[in-house]
Write a protein that binds this ligand. Sequence first.
Ligand code: HEM
Length: 446
Amino acid sequence: MIPQISRLRSFANSFRFVKDPISAINGNLQQLGPTYGMYLGGLKAGILSIEPEIIQQILQKNHRNYPKSPMHFEKLAYFLGNGLLTSTGDYWLRQRRLIQPGFHRQKLAALTDIMQDTIEQQLDRFEQRIDGEVDAYTEMMEMAFRVVAASLFSTALTEEELQKLSYAITTLQEFIVRQIRQPYLNPWFRISGQVRKHERLTGQADSVIKNTIRKRQANQEKGDDLLQMLMDARYEDTGEPMGERQLLDESKIIFVAGHETSANALSWTWYLLALHPEVTQKIRDEIRAVLEDRRPTFSDLPKLAYTSQVIEESMRLYPPAWITDRLALETDEIKGVKIPAGTIAVPYIYGAHHNPATWSDPETFDPDRFSPENRKKIPAYAYLPFGGGPRLCIGNNFAIMEMQLILVEMIRRYNFELVPGQEIQMKALVTLRPYPGVRMKFSRRP
Ligand code: HEM
């Protein structure tokens, strides 16, 4: 029997949970151990775990028994459509098989120049603002949005369209989070016209993306971007391409899944680098040794190994996707832990990354944990910033590449420091963000 939090106590805790879920869960883990039972929101039976073997069983070994629980995805799907992140079962599998090859490392090589051009343009604009303080979180949100937009649509979008799309997607995401976290307000959202207002925003995002798809189809010119990959992909069974609705939905999902996560990882990385100038110096040394003064090419990226270790360690301490959940269809048993049918199984990624049974001194920032010899010692499913099993993040290589390119270009161009006296907290919504932001000063290096 695993330790259990009663329904009543779970309900009483649920207010504290909404306010600061990470502290609430960490407190429970300390009291009850690495796997415990509770009731989500006081209602639905759940089991939370930070044990690698249990997480691996749920996400990988017995994944057929654990589809994604619909809880979080219904609202997302209502506004953003039916894409990889929001679908399950046969529909998901067919889409995943179709899209997966487009995210293969070698395919991503073609995106290096588009990403790099976008980063440089964005930094040229950024430089006009760096006399004063900047918020690294806001800057990285904008940067990551632009990189995803350019990777999807090359230069097809005008500045006005980009801004419209960015506003629509960010506002929709915020609204969806509010609906998930405060479900009791949903009737009010409907009556007060907020749902309708956000439906209109979905319509605006759709029309920008549909226009782009139609233009691409009409002028027959091929782009070297993700949209082209989505348009050229053919289903194995029918040999047919995706229809417009699916192209639209998958593009929106890529925006949503692919920009806030990377932006969070980057913001936390700036925060950690500013606190650890010796680590920044090692990155500078690596950049000099590998690249001297030239732009990185795709084949340079694996050689920037220390830079990757820093990103990995930053995502260990602050995993942007800090928790996930699945629904147990049938009763399962792992290491003597019984997971009854109908239970929500909760791999707690943040907790796995801070588990003292896996990591010595877990709260210390130490990129050497991911050195080639040390990484071999990390047990499977003890580190999972991109999830695992068949629903592993499809954009993991994209994200690492993007973050390496952004860090290299910025560390090369700027000196930077934190504005003193700020208190930065973890805010765990759908993703884990630094709150209220990361105020920093950047200055051009001579
Ligand atoms: C640091 C950046 C990122 C992190 C930490 C991250 C994390 C994750 C995680 C943990 C999952 C699995 C969720 C679960 O199992 O419940 C996931 C799924 C997904 N991610 Fe990412 N992601 C990142 C960047 C990206 C990027 C850049 C893209 C696209 C360009 C992307 C697209 C997706 C998609 C489409 C899925 C759903 C895959 C499926 O279910 O088949 N992600 N991501």
